[in-house]
Design a protein around this ligand. Structure first.
Ligand SMILES: Cc1cc2nc3c(=O)[nH]c(=O)nc-3n(C[C@H](O)[C@H](O)[C@H](O)COP(=O)(O)O)c2cc1C
Length: 379
C-alpha cells in the first residue's frame, strides 16, 4: 500500500512529504522533481512569493546510493521564506479561506489555520507526485497536465505527440495547449490585477498507457474514479472534478456517450491489448477500473480568495464590520494548479499500480506486470 502524508506550514521551516510503501530499486532523478517544483512556481498571474522561493527537493530518508530501499521516504522542500515565528496574528478572516471556521474549530488563531491551509502545502504533494511519475514511467505511463479554460476563455487542447504538446504547454504563459487563447488570457489576468480581483479556471490531466484493471469495481473505496476525485478535490481551491465527459455526459443520450469496442490485432502488443475505442468519453475508467484508454481528469479551480480589493468581513476581536485581511497573494494560480493536479493524479494512479502489482521491489512489480499482460492477452 502506497501512502502519503504531508507536513509543514506556509512560512515554516520546511514542507515534508512522507511516503510509505514505495517499491525498492528505483533510482531517483531529483532534477525531474525539481523541474516539477519549478513549474509549480510558474505561470502568469502569480504573486511576489514565487520570486522569493526557488524550490528544490532534498531526500532525507529511504534511499541508498540514489535508489529507493522500500523503506519510508521523506522528501523535504525547504522554505527560503521562513518567518513563521515573526508573523503577526490576522484578525479579519478572508471569505473563501478557512480563517473563520478554523479559528473557531481549533479555538485558536487565524494564523495557525491559514499557515497550514495554504496551497504552499502542495509543494510537498508535487514532490511526491513527481517521484511517482518516475515509477509510472517504468511501466510506460506518462502523466500530462495543462490549462483548458480561464474564467470565460476556453483554450481547447490540441492533438499531437506528447513531445509536441509538451513544447506547446511549456511555451505558454498559462500552460495551455492553445497559443491562440494565450493573448486573451494574459490580457484578462492583467485586467483582474488592475481591478484588485482574482481568477480561476479549469485544468485537465491525461495519463497515457495505463494497463487494464487499476482500481476495482468490487468495493466502493477501491474504485479509481472515486479515489481520483477525492485526491483532486482535496487540492486547495478545487471545487469540481470530472472524469472523461463528466457533467457533459448527463446532457447527451447513451448513443453519444459510451465508447464502442473493437479489436485490432496489430495493437495487441500495447497495454490496451488491441481493444480499441473510437472515442474515450469514459476518460479511461469504467466501473472504477482503467480500461486501457488514457485516463482523463478535469478540475475546476475557484478564483483566489485573497483580493487586493478586499471583500467584506469582520474583526474577530471586536466583531465590528471591516474589510478582509490582505497578504501578498496570487491573482491567478491556474497554471500552478495544472502542475499540482498532474502530480496528485500521478500519485493516485501509482497507488493503484502498487495495489495491483505489489510494492516490495520494482523488479518484482515488473515481473508481475509482464505476467499479467501475458495472461490478459490469452483472455
Ligand atoms: C497553486 C495555488 C495557489 C494559491 N495561491 C493562493 C494565494 O496566493 N492566495 C490565496 O488567498 N489563496 C490561494 N490559493 C487558494 C487557497 O489555498 C484556498 O482557496 C484555501 O486554502 C481554501 O481552501 P478551499 O478553496 O479548498 O476551500 C491557492 C491555491 C492553489 C492551488
Amino acid at each position: 500500500m502506497l501512502r502519503l502524508l504531508t507536513a509543514g506550514e506556509s512560512h515554516g521551516k520546511t514542507l515534508l512529504a512522507l511516503i510509505d510503501g514505495f517499491p525498492a530499486g528505483l533510482t531517483i532523478d531529483t532534477a525531474r522533481i525539481d523541474h516539477e517544483l519549478a513549474r509549480r512556481q510558474g505561470g502568469y498571474g502569480r504573486g511576489g512569493r514565487q520570486k522569493l522561493e526557488t524550490d528544490t527537493v532534498e531526500i532525507l530518508t529511504g534511499t541508498w546510493q540514489g535508489a529507493t530501499l522500500g523503506s519510508p521516504l521523506t522528501l523535504a522542500v525547504v522554505n527560503r521564506d521562513y518567518k513563521l515565528e515573526r508573523l503577526k496574528e490576522v484578525e479579519r478572516p478572508r471569505p473563501g479561506h478557512g480563517d473563520l471556521t478554523g479559528a473557531i474549530k481549533y479555538l485558536g488563531s487565524i494564523r495557525g489555520v491559514l499557515e497550514r491551509a495554504s496551497a504552499r502545502e502542495t509543494a510537498a504533494r508535487v514532490a511526491a507526485g513527481a517521484l511517482t511519475q518516475q515509477l509510472l514511467a517504468e511501466f510506460g505511463m506518462t502523466v500530462f497536465g495543462y490549462v483548458v479554460q480561464l474564467e470565460q476563455i476556453a483554450a481547447p487542447p490540441r492533438s499531437g505527440s506528447i513531445d509536441e504538446l509538451r513544447r506547446l504547454r511549456d511555451a505558454s504563459p498559462m500552460y495551455t495547449l492553445d497559443p491562440d487563447a494565450d493573448a486573451a488570457i494574459v490580457a484578462r489576468v492583467d485586467q483582474a490585477t488592475e481591478q484588485g480581483d482574482t481568477l480561476g479556471g479549469i485544468v485537465e490531466v491525461q495519463v497515457h498507457s495505463p494497463p487494464f484493471g487499476l482500481g476495482s469495481h468490487a468495493q466502493w473505496d477501491r474504485k479509481l474514479d472515486g479515489l481520483l476525485a477525492q485526491a483532486v478535490m482535496s487540492i486547495q481551491a478545487i471545487k469540481g472534478v470530472e472524469i472523461g465527459l463528466g457533467f457533459e455526459a448527463a446532457r447527451r443520450p447513451g448513443s453519444k456517450v459510451h465508447d464502442e469496442i473493437a479489436y485490432d490485432a496489430s495493437e495487441a502488443g500495447q497495454p490496451a491489448l488491441g481493444y480499441v475505442r473510437g472515442t474515450n468519453n469514459a476518460g479511461g475508467l469504467e466501473a472504477g477500473m482503467t480500461n486501457g484508454q488514457p485516463i482523463v481528469v478535469r478540475a475546476a479551480m475557484k478564483p483566489i480568495s485573497t483580493l487586493r480589493r478586499p471583500l467584506a468581513s469582520i474583526n474577530l476581536a471586536t466583531k465590528e464590520a471591516e474589510t478582509a485581511a490582505y497578504e501578498r497573494s496570487d491573482v491567478c494560480a491556474l497554471a500552478a494548479c495544472s502542475v499540482i493536479v498532474e502530480n496528485v493524479v500521478a500519485f493516485t494512479v501509482a497507488q493503484a499500480l502498487v495495489d495491483k502489482f505489489g510494492g516490495d521491489s520494482l523488479t518484482e512489480m515488473r515481473a508481475r506486470y509482464d505476467s499479467f499482460l501475458e495472461l490478459a492477452r490469452k483472455r
